[in-house]
Design a protein around this ligand. Sequence first.
Ligand SMILES: [Zn+2]
Length: 145
Amino acid sequence: MSAPVSTKPVPVPDAASAPFFAGALAGRLMLLRCPDCGTFQSPTAYLGVPVRPRCLRCFAAPLEWAASSGQATLYSFVVMHQLYDEAFAAEIPYNIAVVETEEGVRLTSQVVDCARGELEIGMELEVVFEQLGDDVAIPKFRPRR
Ligand SMILES: [Zn+2]
């Protein structure tokens, strides 16, 4: 049985972001890590931004892919009431969240399985993956259990 097909915009993995999306399909949140200083960095892959080629701290290259623990805290969020895309009409109002992973990487995502009134800066979260069709999954976060 195949996954339900979303009408939402679906990211298209490319060669540079393939490890991120392969990890997501396997239930792992993949980040970039510097082989020299160990600093973790955002892949930004699922936002359509090119994967960074060098460490932002020490400029070493190439960066390597490494799995996050999947643990995070809520760094910031907004609640969207304005409809910008019909594909999201059924979800209004929904949140857009910036989470900070245990590795110190901030990602723009969404908190799911959480009532709007229960969103709180600093709350503990864990990664979950939303399947968008058969070939793509994206990370979201839910309150840690
Ligand atoms: Zn570095």
